[in-house]
Every structure is written in structure tokens, then in C-alpha cells.
Design a protein around this ligand. Structure first.
Ligand code: SF4
Length: 207
């Protein structure tokens, strides 16, 4: 419990400093954060679209809707639970370089069991990604920022890319989501969501 509160304090401080970051002069918006959420799972996206800074949350629009539908279908997880995993962003090449220390710091603080990079740019921060076909549907063991974790890449769910909707991308995306659903860090989230809904239904019965 004490260890968790120390992690939470470090993460709070990290997010406060991240929100003040203005290292990239061409970055149009201020950083977007889903909050300082301690989790065993990190979901890593790409540069935020135009809606995210306004709504002040990552994966806020259509691509996010598709992503959360995948999690609901394969893992039985509600959007609110998926949002309780950490999120980050991976913008243009020089910005990726500028931003990598933030991501490394977040990995050092959270020491996640599972990282899910979403889209080619995010995947390429961890492993070689010449073709999505070579990495989607596979699980990797990756070492970064002094920590070793599992990596399960997902394609970008943006409506602009047909890759996850047509063969072989559709089957590979389904395989990747089954691997995500089976991962112990996700199983822990599913268990948490079940106990939450049991507690809610008990409360409703009492009222
Ligand atoms: S992209 Fe990263 S490094 Fe650049 S300003 Fe935003 S938070 Fe800072």
C-alpha cells in the first residue's frame, strides 16, 4: 500500500511536469493526459487529433470509439476501465525524440507488466515495424528504461486505415486482442470490473 502511494506520488508529479512541457515549438496543443493513473498496463497512442486537446482526454473521438469497442468485445472491459490504464502520445520524429524521456520516466515509475502500443509510430518506439503483418498478433518481451515488460502491438483504429478491417489485418487484430484479453495484467482489470459491478448490483438490490 505504501509502495503504491509512493508510485502515485511520483506519477502525480510526473503528470504535473508533463502538462507544463513546451519543448516542441511546433506542437499546436498543450499535452493531453488521461490523468495520473497507476496501472500495470500502459496504452500508448500517437499524436493526439484535433478533438483530444479540447476534450482533454486521449482517444477521445472515432479512433478511440473503435479501440474501446475492441476492448469491450474481446476483453469484456468497459471504456472507463480501459481509460484506467495509463496513456501517452507519440508525435512527429523530432517530437518523438523530445518526448521519449517522458515515456521512459513513466515506464520507470509504473513498471508496467504490459504495454500496448497503438499504431505503427507507437509500435516503432519499441520494436522494428516494417510491416504491420509481421508484428500484429505477436507478443514481445521488451526491455526499456531499465524495465522488462510484455508488448502486444495493435494497429491504429482510425477509420482512415482499412488495415484492421480486411484480411489479413482483421484476423491478426483479432488474434492480438485475444492475446491482450488473456494477459494476466488485463485479467486483473477484468476481475476488478466484475467485483465493481457485483458491488453495484448488491447496492441496487439493497435500495
Ligand atoms: S510532444 Fe512531448 S516533449 Fe513535445 S511539448 Fe509535447 S509533451 Fe513536451
Amino acid at each position: 500500500m505504501v509502495a503504491r502511494s509512493r508510485v502515485q506520488a511520483h506519477l502525480n508529479d510526473h503528470v504535473v511536469r508533463l502538462m507544463q512541457c513546451r519543448r516542441c515549438p511546433r506542437m499546436q496543443s498543450t499535452p493531453v493526459s488521461g490523468g495520473a493513473i497507476v496501472s500495470d498496463v500502459m496504452l500508448i497512442g500517437q499524436a493526439p487529433g484535433p478533438r483530444e486537446p479540447v476534450l482533454q482526454k486521449p482517444f477521445a473521438h472515432t479512433a478511440g470509439r473503435t479501440l474501446f469497442q475492441w476492448f469491450e468485445k474481446f476483453c469484456g472491459l468497459a471504456e472507463s476501465t480501459v481509460r484506467s490504464t495509463g496513456t501517452d502520445r507519440v508525435p512527429a520524429p523530432d517530437e518523438i525524440r523530445n518526448c521519449s524521456s517522458w515515456m521512459n520516466d513513466e515506464i520507470k515509475i509504473l513498471r508496467p507488466r504490459l504495454i500496448i502500443p497503438v499504431g505503427r509510430l507507437a509500435i516503432a518506439q519499441f520494436i522494428e515495424c516494417t510491416k504491420l503483418e509481421k508484428v500484429i498478433g505477436c507478443k514481445f518481451c521488451v526491455h526499456r528504461a531499465g524495465h522488462t515488460f510484455d508488448l502486444i502491438p495493435l494497429p491504429h483504429p482510425s477509420g482512415a486505415s482499412p488495415w484492421p478491417k480486411i484480411s489479413p489485418g482483421k484476423q491478426l487484430t483479432e488474434r492480438a486482442m485475444r492475446q491482450v484479453a488473456c494477459h494476466p495484467a488485463i485479467a486483473a482489470l477484468t476481475g476488478f470490473e466484475r467485483s465493481l459491478s457485483r458491488a453495484k448490483s448488491k447496492k441496487t438490490r439493497r435500495n
